[in-house]
Design a protein around this ligand. Structure first.
Ligand SMILES: *Cc1c(COP(=O)(O)O)cnc(C)c1O
Length: 410
């Protein structure tokens, strides 16, 4: 176990000032929550906004609301490589996971395969069992939501934009979270902006919004005890996300940091005023974090573009193709061999925040495996093995960057 400076793979720090505002907001009741909601609506130019306890809670409510509108449809089409919370939410909503392989360059759907799946399922009168398709901006890389819309036109399929990792990002001047029929963000730790935990739903679609509203009526608030736990977590995050302390939680296997678990049993709550208070300065904070992350992204882009010509071991994701993107981690596909595996191990011993992401494609998750027998998702399987991310958050110092360069340059 390493004792000493260790970078987390991603970080959205929560300051003591944020925590104090959060505490003060507890006594304000609904006011702080309404305030956060109306700021989000204004910033994103949407008519409807709902705040929940996590991204997967948000997704579950969206799915249940859509299923209420289309009770005969029960399949949800997602990328075969994505966050395990996504199938967790689908199963929690009582629906069925359907997979489409990804494009390893963009980490978006393989759009040809998507088209095939949709066309095979969608008959002439638009009848099919697909309730929704979930294009996902993984790490903040843009997914082509417009293309998904083209592909599914006439099929009565709703598009849920998974912008869990992409709050504050844009594509062609349009804000992520507003490109689908309904979109959501996560406010969990390690996302673009964090309030310990939390989820945001955005939509301009009145029918979907009304259905979500009905579902929201039966969602309970946090209990006082749970708010106490959020408060303690915010203090822990304040301290232990710092590189000078992160070695401690990282070294304790019991905390399972960085592990990705498939867990379809989770609670769904309305967001608390403590969390809304933590988010009081979200626009300013998010903007600042994105600008720091973009500088680090530029740095990795420049280095790896230079190195791609030398080494065939680093394969571009679309990070390389456009300069400025608000990524929360910088993904690169590394053709693994003994030497590179050794380097990554050394990087881990040096605490450089170089990490693999989800350990498996969705079809290989133990609890789901049996549903996908006989089906292959080669790109997703490949990416799950070969994809690593470099840190881009504001704790990454010049000396960290140089150490990472030195590691791969040798
Ligand atoms: C984190 C994440 C979610 C779920 O968000 P939580 O707040 O962790 O529940 C959903 N989709 C993606 C792509 C994510 O990264």
């Amino acid at each position: 176990m390493r004792l000493g400076r260790t970078l987390p793979p991603a970080a959205s720090p929560i300051s003591i000032k944020d925590i104090l505002i959060g505490l003060r907001s507890i006594s304000q009741g609904q006011k702080e929550i309404r305030n956060f909601e109306s700021q989000l609506k204004e910033y994103y130019c949407v008519k409807h906004c709902f705040l929940l306890s996590s991204g997967k809670a948000a997704l579950t409510i969206i799915l249940k609301a859509l299923h209420d509108l289309n009770p005969e449809k029960n399949e949800v089409l997602i990328p075969a490589y994505t966050c395990y919370s996504v199938p967790s939410a689908i199963v929690k909503a009582g629906l069925k996971v359907k997979l489409c392989d990804i494009n390893p360059q963009t980490l978006d759907f393989d759009l040809d395969k998507l088209k095939n799946i949709v066309q095979t399922n969608c008959s002439e009168n638009g009848r099919n069992s697909i309730l929704s398709i979930i294009p996902t901006h993984l790490f903040g890389l843009p997914a082509d939501v417009e293309k998904v819309r083209q592909i599914s036109t006439g099929c009565q399929v709703s598009i849920i934009e998974d912008a869990a990792q992409a709050m504050g990002g844009t594509s062609k001047g349009r804000k992520f979270g507003t490109l689908g029929d309904v979109g959501f963000f996560s406010l969990g730790r390690g996302k673009a902006f964090s309030t310990v935990e939390g989820g945001i739903i955005l939509t301009n679609n009145r029918i979907i919004a009304d259905s979500i509203k009905k579902r929201m009526k039966s969602i309970p608030p946090y209990t006082i005890g749970e708010i106490g736990r959020l408060f303690v977590s915010s203090i822990i995050l304040n301290v232990f996300l710092r590189p000078s302390f992160f070695w401690f939680p990282k070294g304790i296997p019991f905390l399972r940091l960085g592990e990705t678990l498939y867990e379809p049993k989770f609670k769904i709550k309305k967001i608390s005023s403590f969390q809304a208070g933590l988010a009081r300065n979200w626009q300013k904070k998010l903007k600042k974090m994105i600008s720091v992350r973009n500088k680090n992204i530029d740095f990795w882009n420049t280095f790896f573009i230079k190195n791609l010509s030398i080494s065939s071991n680093f394969r571009a994701t679309s990070t390389f193709l456009t300069a400025k993107k608000s990524l929360i981690r910088w993904p690169v596909i590394i053709e693994r061999n003994k030497v590179l595996d050794q380097k990554i191990k050394i990087g881990d011993q040096l605490g450089l925040g170089i990490m693999r992401s989800y350990p498996n494609s969705i079809n290989n998750i133990d609890q789901l495996k049996s549903q996908f027998e006989g089906l292959n998702f080669p790109a997703a399987t490949y990416v799950a093995k070969q994809l690593f991310t470099l840190p881009v958050h504001n704790f990454v110092s010049r000396s960290d960057r140089l150490k990472i360069l030195a590691l791969f340059n040798k």
